[in-house]
Write a protein that binds this ligand. Structure first.
Ligand SMILES: [Zn+2]
Length: 177
């Protein structure tokens, strides 16, 4: 496994929709392993493949309380319900956080690492937020396009030593994805 270099905005690979995977082979498995390691190394809650410069429709998500990462190949949001306002950050936009509008309930259809279709529903939690954030990435969108208004983004002083403590809070969360 390897920690891959992150791509930062502005960059065209972050602005373009990614390509769906037709076959889950050993190359895809290797990429997913590297994405998970990269997410962990950067204290991220999620990572989309185009954030490491690979324009494929793959995302990984692991919240602070999750024992293992969730893997999404060709994820599609099949249902959204409700609306809430949340604080959000992104590994591709370091040093900033913003206030964004997100759904309360999010249902996603995707393939797992063995190429099997599965569905997942998240409601009012960090996973619901991360599912929208990561599928946005794979559609070529950054959270800064979801800001409540143009002033709802601000600089943060990122102190990594506090991340352990922060991870004990479940909501509202501002971890980077
Ligand atoms: Zn992000």
């Amino acid at each position: 496994m390897a920690v891959l270099p992150l791509i930062y905005a502005p960059h065209p690979v972050l602005d373009r929709p990614t390509t769906r995977i037709s076959k889950v082979d050993s190359k895809i498995h290797k990429l997913i392993d590297d994405m998970i390691e990269t997410m962990h190394a950067n204290y991220g809650v999620g990572l989309a493949a185009n954030q490491v410069g690979i324009p494929l429709r793959i995302a990984v998500i692991q919240g602070p309380d999750d024992i293992r990462p969730l893997i999404f190949i060709n994820p599609e949001i099949v249902k959204r319900e409700g609306r809430r306002e949340l604080t959000e950050g992104c590994l591709s936009v370091p040093g900033y956080q913003g206030e964004v509008g997100r759904s309360v309930t999010v249902k996603v259809k995707a393939m797992d690492i063995d190429g099997r279709l599965f569905r997942i529903k998240a409601e009012g939690n960090l996973l619901a937020q991360a599912l929208e954030h990561e599928t946005d990435h794979l559609d070529g969108k950054l959270y800064v396009e979801r800001l409540l208004n143009k002033d709802s983004i601000y600089k943060i002083e990122r102190d990594l030593t506090n991340d352990e403590e922060d991870s004990n809070h479940t909501a509202p969360s501002a971890e980077s994805r």
